[in-house]
Design a protein around this ligand. Structure first.
Ligand code: GDP
Ligand code: MG
Length: 439
């Protein structure tokens, strides 16, 4: 989806004047892009109608930069399509807040139950209890228990012989006793929606009166996901949707249609298999991502979460005075690493997804580990002043790190080049400031 839209947008950006014909052409392109992305055709129709209306209206024709104005409109409407505002998770007045996780088999329910509990604990400081109510496969209970162990979170289960309704009731009683404030019930799924499953889920719902029924759907299934959402919603009146596997979805059809079709907010997005890869869903950011503008806000947020501001200032100072050492280098690597996998970060940089090859290039995180090992093998003196490095020192370092000497050489060279670049950069900044004063 992104590529086609981006091309259209590139054409529009520079336009000083927009004719009705231009708008028509742009609308056709956007329409094709959305249909290709497997967006529901009714949703597309409404969307295009809105874009056209707004694009030939006052706000564009009177604008100095109509091309950009239209892009703004597309982005706003995309955002709107996905719900506009970010949607929050419910909190019951009297704990525990009960959340039922429902969805087809393989959608990601069990994984997402763990991820959500983890997020509630980490971000909201909550005490969640996981409940294994998928009794049809012994593996399902084991899976949730394994996830619980990994996250160090308790799992309530009664084996495969118990009735899911009893399990849910008992779990809630247990949660009250032990002062858990969230109860997350992982329910059974089927390959297709069927009446037996729906009856069971309805029974659980009637018994536990959940604050949220979150429907977990696989974004990669496109329109099927939307159909599944419609039928679950009809039967259970879900309160929100969690889209999983967005990390593998390069079309965006489900993300763009599901809200418009079901009127239910997308609350979270699964961004990977790991248990910390669940994000609050931000419609505006998703729209930006789709338009290829990069998810700058998320990137900044991540950076703020992880980078110690004082350290950043110190680093800047060091760059300016070119007293940057290998220890600083290590520090900096630590900070970058704490922001998450490099591939994720790259995806958030505007334009990075357009660079051919970059998307598929495996960024070798192992390489970073090697670099660290090499620096760790250096003495304090060597880290501060690499110019003292000679053949025997290099050999010793290589041996200590378990890497070839050539790699040590390469790192030293890269480090020198980096220092040179820093010097130039700080020189340039000084130059700029000087000029400003004169002018
Ligand atoms: P359930 O049958 O609905 O309980 O689904 P599971 O939780 O067992 O998940 C099915 C598969 O999808 C597992 O292999 C998960 O690791 C994978 N999965 C779940 N969420 C995500 C996600 O956001 N991204 C990716 N890449 N994989 C996911
Ligand atoms: Mg499961």
């Amino acid at each position: 989806l992104a590529e086609r839209l981006q091309n259209t947008i590139k054409k529009m950006t520079g336009k000083g004047k927009v004719s009705e014909q231009d708008v028509k052409e742009m609308a056709r392109e956007v329409r094709l892009a959305l249909l290709e992305a497997d967006v529901n055709f009714k949703v597309v129709k409404d969307f295009i109608k809105k874009i056209k209306e707004r694009a030939v209206g006052q706000e564009v024709m009177n604008s100095l930069t109509p091309g950009q104005q239209i892009i703004k409109i597309v982005k706003e409407e995309l955002t709107d399509l996905m719900g506009g505002e970010q949607s929050k998770i419910a909190v019951s007045e009297r704990p525990p807040t009960v959340i039922m996780m429902v969805g087809l088999q393989g959608a990601g329910k069990t994984t997402t139950t763990g991820k959500l509990a983890n997020l509630l604990r980490k971000k909201h400081n909550r005490k969640p209890l996981l409940v294994a109510a998928d009794v049809y496969r012994p593996a399902a209970i084991n899976q949730l228990e394994t996830i619980g162990k990994q996250l160090n979170l308790p799992v309530f289960s009664k084996g495969t012989d118990a009735n899911p309704v009893d399990i849910a009731n008992d779990a809630i009683a247990h949660a009250k006793e032990e002062h858990y404030d969230y109860v997350l019930i992982d329910t059974a799924g089927r390959l297709h929606t069927d009446e037996n499953l729906m009856t069971e889920l309805r029974e659980i719902k009637e018994n536990v009166d959940p604050a949220e029924i979150l429907l977990v759907v696989d974004s990669m299934t496109g329109q099927d996901a939307v159909n599944v959402a419609e039928s679950f919603d009809e039967q259970l009146a879900v309160s929100g949707v969690i889209l999983t596997k967005l990390d593998n979805d390069n079309r965006g059809g489900a993300a763009l249609s599901i809200r418009a079709v079901t009127q239910k907010p997308i609350k979270y997005a699964g961004m990977g298999e790991k248990l910390d890869e669940l994000e609050v869903f931000h419609p505006e950011r998703m729209a930006s991502r789709i338009l290829g503008m990069g998810d700058v806000l998320s990137l900044i947020e991540k950076a703020q979460e992880n980078v110690d501001e004082k350290k950043a200032k110190e680093l800047e100072e060091k760059m300016r005075s070119a007293t940057f050492t290998f220890d600083d280098f290590l520090d900096q690597m630590e900070q970058v690493k704490s922001m998450g996998p490099l591939e994720d970060l790259l995806g958030m940089i505007p334009g990075a997804n357009k660079m051919k090859g970059l998307k598929n290039a495996q960024i070798d995180e192992k390489q970073l580990v090697y670099v660290e090992a090499i620096i760790h093998s250096m003495t304090k003196k060597e880290r501060e002043d690499p110019s003292i490095m000679n053949a025997s020192r290099k050999k010793r370092i290589a041996k200590g790190a378990g890497r070839p000497v050539s790699e040590v050489n390469r790192l030293l060279k890269q480090f020198e080049e980096m220092k040179k670049m820093m010097k130039q950069m700080s020189g340039m900044q000084k130059g700029k400031k000087g000029k400003k004063k004169k002018g």
